[in-house]
Design a protein around this ligand. Structure first.
Ligand code: SME
Length: 331
């Protein structure tokens, strides 16, 4: 199997020394049952599975940050399709790493490899009806829904479970892969009509963060910090809980506010003093907001789990969006 690499991950074959890492998550109650298997009860059991993985087309998902195996991603011959080159993928992720788009990142790389290097015609994936996290991964990765097989299999505990099936053809993959970018002209118009009216600042900024979260792809946090006695204080946002107070001059937000400049940070880990609120963040853009006297009254902060997510065109577009917000909210 060819080793694959993404921003945060290495996808490689399993090795005997992965036993500890594999057992650590395979024994957890919340993991196996989601994919229909019983949590492992002993290291012996995990060792048998590990040997099977080592002989099969199963990638170990290794997190570069701590060099740990945190999951697996299998690429199997597809028994449902005939006459075309088809593969079925399946994955498992340690629950300690849920919510960080790790599987989406791994699946994307595997799709790229299968369609661009292995010349596969179709990739199939499925999830059990109750596995909502897997459903989200599948939808985010751009698969289309094909149907549900009722009573597809008996779980280890004997319960019959339904399987939801999805696929992606090479053509769908190629269209999905076109980076359409954001239509900022349209986003500016949407923001103007959203903020048109006499609601208060909190209401407007709340809706503004919700609109940005809906319209911009590949984000994990978007929101506002507002000036209060030379500090930036957390305002309306969408995303995980965040730090509530950032002094002017500190972090990406505080630097943007004190310099009165947009900060486009390609890789936050290389930004001295970056404040990590959500560990999933890998890149960030912060735009200062002004009142009518041109004084900085806050910032718009947008974070992404992808390194290099924000480009010059995003900076230009988002500065226009920020202007609309300033004009409507700050006097
Ligand atoms: N990363 C920011 C802090 C805010 S959170 O990311 C929401 C900074 O360095 O200023």
């Amino acid at each position: 199997m060819k080793q694959l690499e993404t921003n945060r991950l290495i996808l490689r074959s399993f090795l005997l020394e992965d036993l500890e890492d594999l057992y650590e998550y395979a024994k957890k109650e919340e993991i196996g049952p989601m994919a229909g298997w019983k949590p492992h009860e002993s290291k012996e059991e995990t060792k048998n599975i590990l040997e099977m993985f080592m002989n099969g087309q199963i990638y170990a998902i290794v997190l570069k940050k701590n060099n740990k195996v945190i999951g697996s991603l299998g690429v199997h011959k597809d028994s449902y399709k005939s006459g075309i080159v088809s593969r079925e993928i399946g994955y498992v992720l340690d629950s300690d790493y849920w919510g960080q788009e790790i599987i989406v990142e791994a699946v994307n790389e595997v799709l790229k490899y299968l369609f661009e290097e292995e010349d596969v015609d179709l990739v199939r994936v499925s999830h059990y009806t109750f596995n909502k996290r897997s459903k989200r991964v599948i939808e985010k990765s751009g698969f289309s829904y094909d149907g549900t097989i009722k009573n597809a299999s008996a779980r280890y505990d004997g319960v019959l479970i339904d399987l939801c099936m999805y696929s992606m053809t090479k053509e769908q993959y190629e269209n999905r892969n076109v980076d359409r970018g954001t239509d900022y002209t349209l986003l500016v118009e949407k923001m103007k009509s959203l903020l048109d009216g006499d609601s208060n600042v909190i209401a407007k900024l709340s809706n503004a963060s919700a609109l940005l979260n809906e319209e911009l792809e590949r984000l994990n946090w978007v929101g506002f910090y507002l000036e209060e006695n030379d500090n930036l204080v957390l305002g309306p946002f969408q995303g995980k809980v965040a730090c509530t107070k950032i002094p002017f001059g500190k972090g990406v937000c505080g630097t943007s506010a004190i310099k009165d400049e947009t900060m486009l940070v390609v890789d936050v880990h290389k930004f001295p003093g970056h404040i990590a609120c959500d560990s999933a963040s890998n890149s960030e853009i912060v735009i200062p907001l002004h009142n009518k006297q041109n004084k900085v009254v806050g910032v718009l902060d947008i974070d992404s789990p992808y390194i290099g997510r924000f480009k010059e065109e995003d900076k230009i577009g988002l500065e226009l969006v920020a202007k609309v917000i300033e004009e409507s909210c700050f006097y």
